[in-house]
Design a protein around this ligand. Structure first.
Ligand SMILES: Cc1ncc(COP(=O)(O)O)c(C=O)c1O
Length: 464
C-alpha cells in the first residue's frame, strides 16, 4: 500500500477508535444493556450503511426501527430542510407556518373522513395527544367518568407515561409503575398463538368478542375510545386475521366508541398502501403517525382527527374548553418541509408500487424458508415482515431472547442488519423483523433472504 494511503487508513482507524471511545463512555443508549457494543453508523446511501470502522451493511430494518422509509442520502429532503431553515426556522405551533399548512392539506387528502391535523415530534406524543383529546371530549360533554381507553396486549403506542399506560408488551412497562389509571387491555389477534387456544376455522373471531365483553364489563358509558396498530410491529409483526378489523369496527360503532389507529409504523406506505387501516377498509376517528412521516430525516408526528372529534372540543363554550395543549416543536417548519419532500419522493418514484412488488418477493421468499430450522411462523404485509423463531416447531416453544439476539448478530456479521422484538413480551421476544426501505431492489431482497437462510442453517447446526 502506498504510504499516503497507509497514513489515511491509520488516520481513519484513529478517528473510529475515538468515536467508539466517546460513544461507549458517554452515551446512554436506548433499549440496550450496558456492556454491549452498539452499532455506530456514520454514513448511509439507499439501503446501505457504513459504520465508524468503514464496514458496509445492507440495512433491512430502515434505521433499526422501521422509519428511514425512502432510504438514506436523499439530497432533496436535506435541501428542503436547508431552504426552510434559511427562509424561516421557527414559529410557535399556536400559529402557522407554510410547510405545516401544506402538509396538513396533503395528509388529509390521503385519508378519508379526517379533518384536522395536530402536530408533535414523536409517536409517543401523538399518542398522548389523542388520549388527552378523548378524555377532554368526555369532560366537555359532562361525562367525566368516560375515560377508559382500550388497547391490545401486544400493541405498543409509546414510551411516555400516557402512551406506556395504553401499551401492552409488559416488559416495556415493568418497573415503571404506577402507570396511569383508566386503560384496559384485550388479548391480541395472533392466530399462531391464539389467546383462546382456538383455530381460525372454529374461533368465530373470539378476539373481537373479547373487546365487546370488555366494553360491557367496563360499561359502554365509561369507554372513551380504543386504539389499535393495523399491523402490530414491535409486538411481533402481527397481521390480523380476515374479518378481524371489520368486526371490530362494527363492535366499536355499536357502543359509539371512537376508533384510533396507530399508524406510526404502518403509515406512509409501509404495507404497500398509504395507511395500514386502508388495507382493512377501516374508517378511523383518529390516526396517529410519526416515524416514516419524514422518513426520519426530521422528527415530526401528527394526530389526525375527524371533524366530529375536532368540533366536540372546539365548539365547547367552556372557558377552558379548547384543546389547551402545546409541544414547542410540534409541526416545526423544517420538519414539515422534510415530510413534504418525503411525500414527493414517494409519489415521484412510485414507491408504493415497489413496496407491494418487493414485499411480495420478500414474503414469498420467507414462506420458502418455513422448513428451515427454527422457523415457527412467517408473517407480514408489504415491506413489513416477521419471522417467529422457535426452539421446537411442534410445541412452538419460543427461541429464547439471547439466542434470537445472536441470530440478529449472525445476520449483521453477514452484512445484513435486521430488527428483533426486544424486551417486549415475557418469553416471547423471538421475532426477527424485516422492514427494508421502499427503494429495495430484487437483489437487495434476495441478499436478505440468502443471509437469513444461511443463518437459520447455522442455528440448526447448533452454531448459534
Ligand atoms: C406503533 C408505534 N406507536 C408509537 C410508537 C412511539 O413512537 P416514538 O418512539 O416516536 O415515540 C412506536 C415506536 O416504536 C410504535 O412502533
Amino acid at each position: 500500500m502506498p504510504q499516503a494511503d497507509q497514513l489515511r487508513t491509520m488516520d481513519e482507524a484513529h478517528v473510529a477508535a475515538q468515536l467508539r471511545m466517546m460513544d461507549e463512555a458517554h452515551v446512554w443508549h436506548h433499549l440496550s444493556r450496558r456492556g454491549g457494543r452498539p452499532p455506530l453508523m456514520v454514513r448511509g446511501q439507499g439501503l446501505r450503511l457504513w459504520d465508524a470502522e468503514g464496514r458496509e451493511y445492507l440495512d433491512a430494518s430502515s434505521g433499526g426501527v422501521w422509519c428511514v422509509n425512502v432510504g438514506y442520502g436523499r439530497e432533496e429532503i436535506a435541501q428542503a430542510v436547508y431552504d426552510q431553515l434559511k427562509a424561516m426556522a421557527y414559529f410557535s405551533p399556536s400559529g402557522g407556518n407554510a410547510p405545516a399548512a401544506e402538509l396538513a392539506r396533503r395528509l388529509l387528502g390521503l385519508t378519508t373522513g379526517l379533518a384536522r391535523v395536530y402536530y408533535a415530534s414523536s409517536g409517543s406524543e401523538a399518542t398522548e395527544k389523542i388520549i388527552k383529546i378523548l378524555r377532554l371530549r368526555s369532560h366537555l360533554a359532562g361525562r367525566p367518568e368516560k375515560t377508559t381507553i382500550i388497547y391490545r396486549d401486544r400493541d405498543y403506542h409509546g414510551a411516555t407515561y400516557g402512551a406506556m399506560s395504553v401499551s401492552g408488551q409488559p416488559e416495556r412497562t415493568a418497573g415503571f409503575g404506577p402507570l396511569l389509571p383508566g386503560f384496559r387491555a384485550v388479548p391480541h389477534a395472533l392466530c399462531y398463538r391464539c389467546s383462546f387456544g382456538l383455530s381460525f376455522s372454529e374461533c368465530e373471531l373470539e378476539c373481537v368478542k373479547a373487546v365487546e365483553r370488555l366494553i360491557l364489563e367496563e360499561g359502554p358509558d365509561r369507554v372513551a375510545g380504543a386504539i389499535f396498530e393495523p399491523v402490530t410491529a414491535g409486538g411481533g409483526v402481527i397481521v390480523p386475521p380476515p374479518g378481524y378489523f371489520s368486526e371490530l369496527a362494527a363492535t366499536l360503532r355499536k357502543y359509539e366508541t371512537p376508533l384510533v389507529v396507530d399508524e406510526v409504523v404502518c403509515g406512509l406506505g409501509r404495507t404497500g398502501v398509504m395507511f395500514g387501516h386502508q388495507q382493512f377498509g377501516l374508517q378511523p376517528d383518529a390516526v396517529t403517525m410519526a416515524k416514516g412521516l419524514a422518513s426520519a430525516y426530521m422528527p415530526i408526528s401528527a394526530t389526525a382527527v375527524s371533524a366530529a372529534l375536532y368540533e366536540d372540543l372546539e365548539k365547547a363554550d367552556d372557558r377552558l374548553g379548547y384543546f389547551r395543549d402545546i409541544s414547542t416543536f410540534g409541526g416545526s417548519a423544517a420538519a414539515a418541509a422534510a415530510a413534504l419532500a418525503n411525500l414527493d419522493v414517494i409519489d415521484r418514484e412510485n414507491l408504493l408500487d415497489n413496496v407491494r412488488r418487493q414485499g411480495q418477493r420478500l414474503l414469498e421468499g420467507l414462506e420458502n424458508l418455513r422448513d428451515r430450522p427454527g422457523v415457527g411462523d412467517v408473517r407480514g404485509l408489504g415491506l413489513l415482515a416477521g419471522v417467529e423463531l422457535v426452539a421446537d416447531k411442534r410445541t412452538k416453544t419460543p427461541l429464547d431472547e439471547e439466542r434470537v439476539a445472536r441470530v440478529a448478530g449472525a445476520m449483521a456479521e453477514k452484512g445484513v442488519l435486521v430488527g428483533r422484538t426486544n424486551r417486549s413480551l415475557p418469553g416471547l421476544n423471538n421475532v426477527i423483523n424485516l422492514a427494508p426501505a421502499y427503494v429495495a431492489t430484487e437483489s437487495d431482497i434476495d441478499e436478505i433472504l440468502s443471509a437469513l437462510a444461511r443463518t437459520l442453517d447455522e442455528l440448526g447446526a447448533g452454531r448459534i
